[in-house]
Design a protein. Structure first.
Length: 81
């Protein structure tokens, strides 16, 4: 995984790390800035809402959350068609 960046975050008082590509870290920072919260807080919120029955890891969950965020932001409104 050359180029991937590993960072530690604190969730529920426990340190854990997530590894993301630089582009995903940039998107995550942008989302946190827009919401006026820290990246750590945003990751904590993503972790809170993930489906525990789904075996997806936290790094994957963060990527999917980012993808959904930007897809929703650019989705075409097709209600008029």
């Amino acid at each position: 995984m050359p180029g991937d960046i590993k960072r530690s975050v604190t969730i529920a008082g426990h340190r854990t790390s997530i590894t993301l590509e630089p582009e995903f870290w940039s998107a995550l920072k942008e989302m946190a800035c827009t919401r006026k919260i820290s990246v750590n807080e945003l990751v904590r919120k993503i972790d809170e809402t993930r489906n525990r029955a789904d075996p997806r890891g936290l790094s994957s969950e963060v990527r999917v959350h980012i993808l959904r965020h930007f897809k929703d932001a650019t989705a075409c409104d097709t209600t008029d068609r």
